[in-house]
Structure formats: structure tokens, C-alpha cells
Design a protein around this ligand. Structure first.
Ligand code: NAP
Ligand code: 8YV
Length: 319
């Protein structure tokens, strides 16, 4: 029997591609080659994407035989899920398997920016230690943690923060009384009461610029922002201004508005720690994500129950 054809968006993770290639013909989408897509389109039954991929309704409409869209990532804000559902195409993602890693990196950014780890490393490597002392850092243990988005990953961050004896407060659209943490109805009110504000919501229209100039002002000159959510959640222009004018003390950033491009203004700032969207980038977790994304693709293309459909999909397709 001939292999089914899958289209993979650019930059989909190699481990996911490797698994797909064992079973399917995998073609990489070339956004600038309309002819190639037109030739392939009638055969494409599966679409493989990453968490940052952008899949428009227009692209989906060009794939009339599409039966399945499987995202390698928990976030899927770049995918037009409503258009997929209208076309009868289920969408899956990879929740849970990356929760620990993302929470670990959020805490790593908190610690790095507060305890000046990149500068400390440079201090030793550049031979500056014999010449003098480093500036002092900010104590993390016992400080006040504010979490914007208390879902799977937000809860895992809270668990880690609790081990550092931090007090924990949060904001979400719906209060989570079962968490036992202090609830604030919006990010500004939360920011005013914490030392570290960590953003970990989904991206997309509902959270666009949730962290804006007003929130940063409320966080204040002794406050730190950590963003492991999506670049769109933070007003990046307001953030650069706040960091360069002392409106906030510092930031740890794993995600950016226009990845992989990071505003150059941030590169030279000593009060900022920058990582390249790598919160789930460990061997163990990337493999687990690849396994789950692949299993979802196989399930969808063989008529088996999907393992982890996105919530809209469960409602929309009655699964
Ligand atoms: P989740 O379990 O669905 O949690 C999302 C949380 O965000 C929920 O508590 C939700 O609560 C809250 N939320 C949604 N909209 C909000 C809004 N407008 N204002 C305040 N809170 C809001 O998802 P998860 O598994 O924790 O993942 C969260 C996100 O992390 C992903 O969608 C992705 O964007 C990001 N992520 C980043 C990386 C990385 O590499 N940096 C890796 C994985 C995930 P309510 O519904 O009550 O508002
Ligand atoms: C990945 C992510 O880096 O899961 C997500 O939402 O942002 C990250 O885990 C990404 O999905 C890889 O494409």
C-alpha cells in the first residue's frame, strides 16, 4: 500500500519529522512556492505543525483532502482552529508532557535575572574576579510570586515557587479557589503586589498585550517580569522602554513578538536574560512531544480516538 502524504510546516521539530517519515511521505511546506503546493495539495491528508507555526484558513482551504492537523506543542495560537473545524479537520496538541520543563525554565529565568547568573559567569570567564566584586543580586527565596495564567504550567511554577518559600498570587479569567493562592482580577492588580510576575497564558487575541505599560508600572522599579507564554502576551515596545528607564528592575524572556528576531535594544541590557524559545527543549521532553504529536497524527488518520485534541475540537467535533 502506498504511503499517505503529510505536509510539514517549516521548522517543525526533527524528532517529530523522523517519526512521521517512518510511516508517511513527508513534504515540507514552502510558503513561496505556490506551484509546488498546488501539485501536492490533492494528496495531503495530514498537516504537521509546531507550537509557533502559523496556519491560516486560506492555507487550510488549499488542502481539500486534509483529515488531521497535529501540533508539536501545547500552544496553538497560530492555527486557525475554527477554519479547521469548519473543514471537518480535527486539531491536536501536546499538553502535559512539557509542563515540568517549562516550569523549570520559568524558575531558571527568575533565578538567573535576580541572581545575575549571566553576568556572574562572564565575571569569572573574563578574568574580572580578581579585580573586584560583582554587584549584589535580589533574594528569591521568600519573595512574592505572581502568576498570570494558572493552568497546567502555572500550577507547576507555583509548586516550584512554594519550594522557595515564595508567597503565591495569580490572575486568570476565572478564579481557581481550589488552588488556595491569592486571586487578583487582572494583571495590573497582581503586578502591584508581587516581586516576580510570570506570564504563562496561551497566546492569541484573548491575551494580546495583557502585560502592557500599565502593568509594568504597577510591577515597579523593584519588580521583575518573566515571560514563558508567547511574545504577543507582552507589549514588547512598552517592555523595552520600561527596562531602559527603570520602570521595572529586569526581565527573563523566552518568547518574543517576532521570533527568531529579538529587539536589538534588549541585547545589551544587563538587567535582562534572554533565551531562544527553549522552555521545553530537553531531550526527554522533545521526544515525549514528538511521540504524542505522532500518535495523534496516526490516530486521526486511522480513525482511532484522538489522544489530546485541543479543547475547541472536543466541543466542535463531538469527541
Ligand atoms: P493551560 O493549562 O490551558 O493554562 C492556561 C491558563 O491561562 C489557564 O489558567 C487560563 O485560565 C489562563 N488564561 C487564559 N486566558 C487568559 C487571560 N486572558 N487572562 C488571564 N489568564 C488567562 O495551558 P498550559 O499547558 O499551562 O500552557 C500555557 C501556555 O504556555 C501555552 O498555551 C503556550 O502559549 C505557553 N507555552 C510556552 C512554552 C515555551 O516554550 N516558552 C512551552 C509550552 C507552553 P482561565 O481560562 O481561567 O483564564
Ligand atoms: C515549543 C511551545 O517550543 O508547546 C508550546 O506551546 O511553545 C514549545 O513547547 C514549540 O511548540 C515547538 O514548536
Amino acid at each position: 500500500m502506498s504511503k499517505l502524504d503529510i505536509l510539514a510546516m517549516p521548522r517543525v521539530h526533527p524528532l517529530y519529522l523522523e517519526a512521521l517519515r517512518g510511516v508517511y511521505n513527508v513534504h515540507t511546506y514552502a510558503p513561496d512556492d505556490a506551484q509546488a503546493l498546488a501539485a501536492l495539495a490533492p494528496r495531503i491528508v495530514g498537516l504537521a505543525t509546531g507550537g509557533e507555526s502559523v496556519v491560516s484558513g486560506a492555507l487550510l482551504a488549499q488542502l481539500p483532502q486534509l483529515k488531521m492537523l497535529s501540533v508539536f506543542g501545547v500552544g496553538y495560537d497560530g492555527i486557525d482552529v475554527q477554519a479547521a473545524l469548519k473543514q471537518g479537520v480535527p486539531v491536536t496538541h501536546t499538553p502535559g508532557v512539557l509542563t515540568d520543563d517549562v516550569a523549570d525554565l520559568a524558575m531558571a529565568l527568575v533565578l538567573s535575572v535576580a541572581r545575575l547568573l549571566p553576568q556572574a559567569d562572564q565575571h569569572v570567564r573574563m578574568g574580572r574576579w580578581p579585580l573586584g566584586l560583582m554587584p549584589l543580586g535580589r533574594k528569591v527565596s521568600g519573595a512574592r510570586m505572581g502568576i498570570v495564567g494558572l493552568g497546567r504550567i502555572g500550577m507547576a511554577i507555583a509548586k516550584r515557587a512554594a519550594a522557595f518559600d515564595m508567597s503565591i498570587a495569580y490572575t486568570t479569567r476565572t478564579e481557581k479557589p481550589e488552588s488556595g493562592f491569592t486571586y487578583y482580577p487582572n494583571a495590573t492588580a497582581l503586578a502591584a503586589e508581587v516581586d516576580f510576575l510570570v506570564a504563562i497564558t496561551p497566546g492569541g487575541a484573548g491575551t494580546h498585550h495583557l502585560i502592557n505599560a500599565e502593568v509594568l508600572k504597577a510591577l515597579g522599579p523593584k519588580g521583575y517580569l518573566v515571560n514563558v507564554a508567547r511574545g504577543s502576551v507582552v507589549d514588547e515596545v512598552a517592555l523595552v522602554k520600561a527596562l531602559s528607564t527603570g520602570v521595572i528592575a529586569g526581565a527573563g524572556l523566552d518568547v518574543f513578538m517576532n521570533e527568531p528576531h529579538v529587539p536589538e535594544a534588549l541585547w545589551a541590557m544587563p538587567n535582562v536574560v534572554l533565551t531562544p524559545h527553549m522552555a521545553s527543549a530537553t531531550h526527554q521532553t522533545r521526544q515525549a512531544m514528538a511521540d504524542l504529536a505522532f500518535a495523534n497524527m496516526q490516530a486521526g488518520l486511522s480513525g482511532q480516538p484522538l489522544l489530546t485534541p485541543v479543547p475547541e475540537c472536543m466541543a466542535g467535533l463531538g469527541r
